[in-house]
Ligand binder design. Structure first.
Ligand SMILES: Nc1ncnc2c1ncn2[C@@H]1O[C@H](COP(=O)(O)OP(=O)(O)OP(=O)(O)O)[C@@H](O)[C@H]1O
Ligand SMILES: [Mg+2]
Length: 357
């Protein structure tokens, strides 16, 4: 009798296991990671541009929303990237971000009975963070648990091991995003000396590519920021760059083909020097000043480099080389398999622990 009721309990416990979900609401892309159902070992990754376009239904007149790549492609004239500066800055953008997130969750049938961990940026912007918290809390997922951890910790987790080893470690993490470069030391999950700058970013690289292309083509070609980002993501390579060609339609008819040799390489070269400078000459001296022993320990440990910019082939290796040179000592950089998805994956692993799985 007792055994029977025990197993009944077990069953009901099993069926109510929440789904652990990792979420990164990024300024360029949003990523979700979770297992579709409890017994599957197939990891679902949802990766979409963080943008929304509103339009009126032609029959009912109702306001409707499209998000992600489809919104960007069909409504380039009115698509809104509401997290473009990293966080929802005002009520209007918070409202749009909330709508974007709801549409994304419902389109993918993301389970509400879930333990959700959000990877959030380290930024000195309380109002923005509060708005982001509101977006998160108003969603219908995370009925079981809802927590936020720093993006650079979440992103380092898959770089430092197969589980959540990073949370028990002392190390430095550098996150290379679209609107920010973050660096931070972690001591068993605790953030020491969080550093973040908006002056060395993936978006800056895109802007430089626009200017470089104009110069390289003697003013004949002006690409927009989206095209510049695509050049960077598709052709960007440090140490092994292949020149590539593209074609523009001329306003008066006809087309003009051009080859890009230096524009992308030069922009990435600037990025690397600037990133090394921020880490070596701004962040690390502050860390050494406040926590000398942690500074020494963490420079002897691996440095995790994460974020979308670390997807660029050869970039992290060159960052390591230039950082060694600048510091005049050996340091070792580790990169997760998929640097742009790493924060969501790390968040998912934390969620798994929080859900007791
Ligand atoms: N293969 C790639 N895949 C995705 N992003 C890439 C790739 N190569 C370069 N990037 C760049 O990485 C940046 C996005 O990184 P990430 O997704 O970590 O940023 P984010 O979290 O949205 O931004 P932030 O935290 O700075 O607000 C963009 O500049 C993007 O163009
Ligand atoms: Mg980020």
């Amino acid at each position: 009798m007792a055994a029977e009721s025990e197993s009944a309990d077990d069953d009901s416990f099993e069926s109510s296991n929440p789904t652990p979900i990792g979420v990164k609401l990024g300024s360029t892309r949003t990523v979700l990671r979770y297992f579709e159902n409890a017994d599957s070992d197939e990891l679902t990754t949802v990766r979409t541009l963080t943008c929304l376009a509103l339009y009126e239904d032609a029959i009912t007149g109702e306001e409707k929303a499209l998000f992600g790549e489809q919104a960007a492609a069909e409504y380039p004239d009115r698509v809104q990237y509401m997290l473009r500066s990293g966080l929802p800055e005002d009520d209007e953008r918070a409202e749009l971000a909330g709508r974007f997130f709801r549409e994304l969750l419902s389109a993918n049938g993301v389970p509400s009975d879930s333990a959700v961990v959000y990877a959030i940026p380290t930024m000195d912007n309380d109002a923005g963070l509060e708005n982001l918290t509101e977006v998160i809390e108003s969603s219908n997922i995370g009925a079981h648990t809802m927590r936020a951890y720093p993006e650079s910790l979440c992103g380092a987790i898959p770089a430092m091991g197969d589980g959540v080893e990073a949370v028990d470690d002392v190390f430095i993490s550098v996150n290379m995003g679209s609107t920010n470069l973050e660096a931070c030391a972690y001591r068993r999950g605790d953030q020491l000396v969080p550093f973040s700058t908006g002056s060395v970013t993936g978006n800056d690289v895109d802007r430089r590519i626009v200017a470089n292309v104009e110069e390289e083509t003697q003013g004949r070609v002006h690409v927009d920021l989206t095209t510049a980002r695509e050049y960077k993501e598709e052709h960007g390579n440090v140490g092994n760059f292949e020149p590539f060609s593209d074609v523009i339609q001329q306003p008066g008819g006809g087309s003009h083909e051009y080859t890009i040799e230096d524009s992308v390489v030069d922009a990435l070269d600037w990025y690397l020097d600037a990133a090394v400078n921020e880490v070596a000459n701004e962040f690390l001296p502050e860390l050494a000043n406040d926590y000398m022993k942690v500074y020494q320990l963490s420079l002897n440990n691996d440095i995790a480099v994460t974020g979308g910019m670390a997807c660029i082939p050869g970039l992290a290796e060159e960052f390591e080389r230039r950082l060694c040179e600048e510091l005049d000592r050996d340091v070792n950089v580790v990169v997760p398999d998929e640097p742009d998805l790493a924060a969501a994956e790390g968040a998912r692993r934390i969620a798994e622990k929080l859900a007791g799985q």
